[in-house]
Ligand binder design. Structure first.
Ligand SMILES: [Zn+2]
Length: 291
């Protein structure tokens, strides 16, 4: 499932590749994924991309007039391609883009001069594909108030990596959530962007057990959880920037410390990593160094 680090890298790359280009074509080979009408989809053509960014686990495309919000859920992926490239199976939406005079001035620094960046005179495509068809692409015409479940307040708290989310705010927000730490981190109304994989990673980095109750934490443990959240996400983004391009549809998880590594030695203390499966999700942690 794409989480904050995965989608941050995709959003930064797509913004650098596409901002300033106008939509040339818009089609929905998998119309079930689309929330919006064929007329609204066709109306995207001709509008220039102003920005592509991430909010929580959503990818947001802002055009001159309209917008698109994409929630990839479990298996949705984005591909940056040339028009002639073979269309992957289960492609739900394809957007084609035109030339531009120059790239955006606010592109992420790591994208500068990247080999995968389409030339300004190229006509790139973005394909959104989703094998399980659980994700959704919401068209947001300027004159239609279409609700996007899970996007924005109060369903979304601040992004987990939001610079404005201070330790004081974190302490204040966490008081409302007395339950298990893994559920807390995955609760988008607490902080947005963390899912099953990175909640395991953050708890391992903080030295805290996933099923421990927040109400039992000492003040310094609440602080450790905050620090681990920031460090784990920032480190993952750094790794993914070097590992993911040019295959943006690829999910890279092999560098994680504990998630999905049941039975392997903990990189910190050597204890075998414990794996618990519940509700179709894997929780991985270390009994040796998490308390
Ligand atoms: Zn350990």
């Amino acid at each position: 499932m794409p989480e904050l680090p995965d989608l941050t890298v995709v959003a930064e790359a797509l913004h650098a590749a596409l901002a300033g280009r106008a939509v040339r074509s818009a089609s929905a080979p998998g119309p079930l994924a689309v929330r919006g009408t064929p007329t609204e989809l066709a109306a995207l053509v001709g509008q220039r991309v102003e920005s592509i960014r991430r909010r929580g686990k959503f990818l947001l495309i802002e055009l001159e007039r309209d917008g698109i919000a994409c929630n990839p859920m479990l298996t949705g992926r984005f591909q940056l391609a040339a028009p002639g490239d073979k269309l992957p199976a289960k492609t739900a939406v394809v957007l084609g883009f035109g030339e531009r005079s120059s790239g955006p001035t606010d592109a992420a620094l790591w994208t500068a001069g990247a080999a995968w960046l389409p030339a300004d005179e190229a006509r790139p495509e973005v394909r959104y594909r989703d094998p399980t068809q659980m994700g959704k692409v919401y068209l947001r015409p300027a004159d239609v108030d279409r609700p996007v479940p899970g996007l924005g307040e109060p369903e979304q708290g601040p992004d987990a990596d939001d610079p404005a989310l201070s330790l004081e705010m974190w302490r204040e927000r966490i008081r409302r959530h007395p339950g298990e730490l893994k559920n807390l981190l995955r609760n988008q109304s607490f902080v947005a962007g963390i899912g099953n994989a990175y909640s395991d990673e953050i708890l391992h980095a903080a030295g805290l057990l996933p099923f421990r109750k927040r109400a039992t934490l000492a003040p310094e443990e609440v602080g450790a959880l905050y620090a681990a959240t920031r460090q784990t996400l920032a480190h993952a983004i750094e790794v993914l920037r070097t590992r993911v391009p040019p295959t943006f549809e690829k999910q890279v998880r092999d560098f994680l410390a504990v998630h999905d590594k049941g039975g392997q030695p903990c990189p910190r203390c050597g204890t075998r990593i414990t794996e618990v499966r519940a509700g179709g999700f894997v929780t991985s942690y270390c009994r040796g160094c998490q308390r």
